[in-house]
Write a protein that binds this ligand. Sequence first.
Ligand code: ADP
Ligand code: ASP
Ligand code: MG
Length: 415
Amino acid sequence: MKVFKFGGASVKNADAIRNLSKIVANNNDQKVIVISALDKTTNHLESVFNHYLAGNNLMWSEFQSIKDFHFKIIDDLFEGNSDEAKTLVSVIFNQLEEKLKVASSGHYEYEYDQIISFGELFSTRIVSLFLNYLNVQNVWVDIRTVLKTDDNYKSAELDEELSKLHVGVKFNFNGVSNYITQGFIASTSFGTTTTFGREGSDYTASILGSLLNAESVTIWKDVPGVLNADPKLFQNTIVLPKIPYREAVELAYSGAKVIHPKTIKPLHNSNIPLFVKSFVDPSLPGTIISHEDTFIDSPVIIVKENQVLLSILPKDISFVIDDRLIEIISILEKYKIKSNIIQSSAVNFTVCVDSSYRLEELINEFSSHYKVLYNDNLTLFTIRHYDEQTISRELQGKTILLEQRTRSTARFVLK
Ligand code: ADP
Ligand code: ASP
Ligand code: MG
């Protein structure tokens, strides 16, 4: 069996869903098909969530526009026969509506997951019903009954043992060729909804691939594969046909949005190839990520926005590395702040981190023992397999706040 994963762009409107259905129908393998929320629904749900937390009635207009968007797509897909689909999808919208009527518990991460998780429930229901409508046999699975996690809401950790017990039972392929299920969401052992963090559907696909020992996992994208730079930012990009797992992790972790960074490890450990293919032109070969030790010899550029450069200086001028390193790292860890570059000197620890809603809290905590300096709205610019020509071409005229080079990677924090 194989695992397919379709992201938000591949289900952004009725035409996209028709295209997805064609890809599914034209493939005769047994498949588990993981799907994200339609288009930017998760962003819109975040907006509902923010209004909900603030006790602001604007959440209802946002709720209604999400519902209208989904129902318009249902009308388009099912033409004159949309009543049944609307009734079934309404059941899920009603669940969200009931949730929004109850005041927030004040637990930010818990409430976030309870609301944000609805996008994938809506989208998978619609796609599954549409495949039925086209006579493409499939079974819809609520992944929360399969993938079990801890209660670290917004960034849940998989309980592999527990999930393994469920996965083979739910996806047993007895008389079934296609399962449709949600990316990104899961649940605790008590059944409370959790999520793996934004963009986490790629990770769901790889977990399922690994737990089910799939032949391969394919993530279907709006690009022809993994390229040597983001085509939305750079011209004349080229496809990297083969990438070793280790290189793929480096690219993803540096910010190549095309793959979620957590996707690679489960596949690497189970030796399952990951294909990145174009849903626009499925006949293209795409990229294969596997154990094969392919040498990448030309530069690959990765741009990551929303970076913050923090400098943390012990007020008593203790040596950072000798005396304060563990404390600093554990405070960053406590706020779940992702460190992208670390550089230190005697009494200065500088770290480039992803911007976070908890940044202010973090700075406050550091401020009791440390002097803290920071710049936000920065860009992390990474060049893997760099050469001097690429560095000078790309960084011309840019203000560099921090620079770090290893044998294979040059990284710059830019203003
Ligand atoms: P999904 O719909 O599955 O969530 P994403 O939008 O997260 O897909 O990922 C696809 C996008 O990743 C592309 O549209 C492209 O703009 C971006 N991207 C960034 N870096 C790369 C890269 N190196 N190769 C291909 N695409 C990239
Ligand atoms: N829908 C979720 C998000 O937008 C998960 C995903 O698409 O991977 O982050
Ligand atoms: Mg994505």
